[in-house]
Design a protein around this ligand. Structure first.
Ligand SMILES: [Zn+2]
Length: 58
């Protein structure tokens, strides 16, 4: 079974194997359902990476 990951741009769940594009930001790899989601992420990575953080208490 492939690992499930979440596209941080559109919120869609996908298998790592199915990802159409990936991008690395702050040492974390993000997976995208399409090249257009990757393009949106690359434009504003901080915006999308922030919303995918878990366990925030600040
Ligand atoms: Zn997407």
């Amino acid at each position: 079974m492939a690992d499930k990951v979440k596209d941080p741009v559109c919120g869609m769940e996908l298998d790592k194997d199915e990802a159409a594009a990936t991008s690395e930001y702050m040492g974390t790899t993000y997976y995208f359902c399409s090249a257009s989601c990757k393009a949106s992420f690359d434009r504003e990575p901080a915006k999308y990476a922030k919303s995918s953080k878990r366990g925030c208490c600040q």
